[in-house]
Unconditional design. Structure first.
Ligand SMILES: [Zn+2]
Length: 486
């Protein structure tokens, strides 16, 4: 706590703080980018500046562990400035960007070049994933040293056509990653199943939006989650299941957790709020991997999010141009849509409707992602000493999502026209206003920093009965790899 003799940079008065444990009225003092004190107004130190937050809820900024900001390589879809400003307008203060940019992030040199681009343009803090595949196998340790936030492994195809490692390669890759401590985020859809089904559907002349769902039934994801959990258990590797879309994936996820596998999972608003009922209206716009499914998945996914089986909310923010999303043949529509700016308003609307307690939501949007990726409590918490990453919302203000008023370069999403309750007023990243009174602070371009420097992830070890044999295998593999080098 700051003593009364020190002068804070900013004191926020009159707001209601919301954490995973409680909501309570309090003032917050901020010094040097960190929360210096929380308490009654009269206990706050003198400050250079004050903010009146009367009527506003103060949430820890969202941590979105799954975005595609497309830069470098696809800057007609998005870039680091537009993507991170969209995040800031959505109350999201930290994002983890996926490696399917050009070139694919697979070496320390490519990683360093991408860090330089993000450092120059980012309005919010960020982490960078490297791909985990045959092309990065020999760079795993160097990428970890070079500051990746985690690794991304594509078990199924996606935008950028990154090849999927087979099961043998996956085991070897997990063995290499485990000692680095980094978490492996998995696109858990099994390629061989869906490629075969897509071929059959195309042969049958199916080009309609629902054909995309038919090519990727939930078993595609269930089989992948189960297999990934088995390999993670064997090697000790920490894993994270991206975009959980179906009720059927919950069983292998819960079972793996019960066995002690270090596995976390995310879902997104589109899997909780959209369904097959929206395909006719949205057509190619709703095409995403994995697909939006039947409405009977909603209740089990909400329950899993509330009870922590699904740890967190992430958006898979995946912008494309309107032309790329509205082609007549579904197989030609690019997959994904923007989401980083609308996640918090959509979820806070669900909170207002009684779908979820706001404290559970804060756990899912901030605390759990910070814990899962070794950033807690510097990120994901409103506590003295934590980074002052704050999202201030008027929870009672209603508005209508308009794709043309969002800040992603992409001007097309399935959320267009949807009424929401909860309007962002201010976003602070390490104590600095990035959005103030609903407007972007342009001078904060380049304020964002990579959070890998504060990440704490100790080496992971193989578990229980598998420990010895897996350790031997890992040692043999690294010896063989070293021997094979020219
Ligand atoms: Zn993605």
């Amino acid at each position: 706590m700051a003593g009364t003799d020190s002068i804070a940079d900013l004191v926020i008065h009159g707001g209601e703080i919301v954490t995973s444990a409680a909501r309570f009225p309090a003032s917050i003092a901020i010094s040097n980018g960190r929360i210096a004190a929380i308490g009654a107004p009269e206990t706050m130190p003198p400050s250079a500046e004050t903010l009146d937050a009367t009527g506003l809820a103060i949430l820890p900024g969202g941590i979105d562990v799954h975005v595609h900001f497309r830069d470098p390589g696809y800057t007609h879809k998005e870039d680091w400035a537009s993507g991170t400003s969209a995040a800031a307008f959505g109350g999201v203060t930290t994002v983890f960007d996926m490696p399917n940019t050009i070139p694919t992030v697979a070496t320390p040199e490519i990683l360093a070049a991408k860090h330089a681009i993000a450092d120059e343009k980012a309005f919010v803090d960020y982490g960078l994933y490297a791909v985990l595949g045959e092309e990065s196998l020999d760079h795993v340790e160097a990428l970890a040293e070079g500051g990746v936030i985690g690794f991304k492994l594509y078990m199924g195809n996606t935008f950028g056509r990154i090849p999927s490692p087979d099961t043998g390669a996956m085991l070897e890759l997990f063995e290499r990653v485990a000692p680095t401590g980094k978490r492996v985020s998995l696109h858990a859809e099994t390629n061989t199943i869906m490629e075969r089904r897509e071929k059959r559907l195309r042969e049958a002349g199916r080009n309609d939006p629902l054909a995309h769902l038919d090519s990727r039934p939930a078993v595609v994801a269930v089989e992948a989650v189960e297999r990934a959990a088995t390999l993670a258990e064997w090697t000790g590797a920490r894993i994270h299941i991206l975009h959980i879309s179906s009720k059927e994936e919950l069983r292998p996820l819960a079972e793996a957790k019960a066995r002690g596998v270090d596995i976390t999972g995310e879902t997104g608003p589109h899997y909780l709020m959209l369904s097959t009922d929206d395909y006719a209206r949205c057509k190619g716009v709703i095409r995403v991997n994995p697909p939006v499914r039947e409405a009977d998945c909603h209740e089990p996914l909400w329950n899993a999010l509330k009870d922590g089986t699904i740890d967190m909310i992430a958006t898979d923010h995946a912008p494309h141009t309107p032309e790329e999303k509205t082609r007549s043949v579904i197989w030609n529509c690019d997959c994904g849509f923007p989401g980083v700016e609308t996640q918090m308003p959509l979820m806070l609307t669900a909170v207002a409707e009684g779908r979820m307690d706001i404290r559970d939501y804060v756990r899912a949007s901030s605390e759990a992602p910070a814990k899962s990726f070794g950033l807690y409590p510097q990120k994901g918490a409103i506590l003295p000493g934590a980074d002052a990453d704050l999202a201030l919302f008027d929870l009672s203000e209603e508005w209508v999502i308009d794709d043309f008023k969002l800040h992603s370069l992409s001007r097309i999403s399935p959320w267009h026209g949807r009424k929401v309750k909860g309007k962002l007023k201010h976003t602070l990243v390490r104590g600095a206003f990035v959005v103030r009174d609903g407007a972007l602070v342009e001078t904060m371009r380049g304020h964002g920093r990579s959070v890998h420097t504060i990440q704490r992830m100790p080496p992971a070890e193989p578990r229980n009965i598998h420990k010895t044999i897996a350790a031997v295998t890992a040692a043999q593999i690294s010896a063989a790899v070293t021997a094979a080098k020219p």
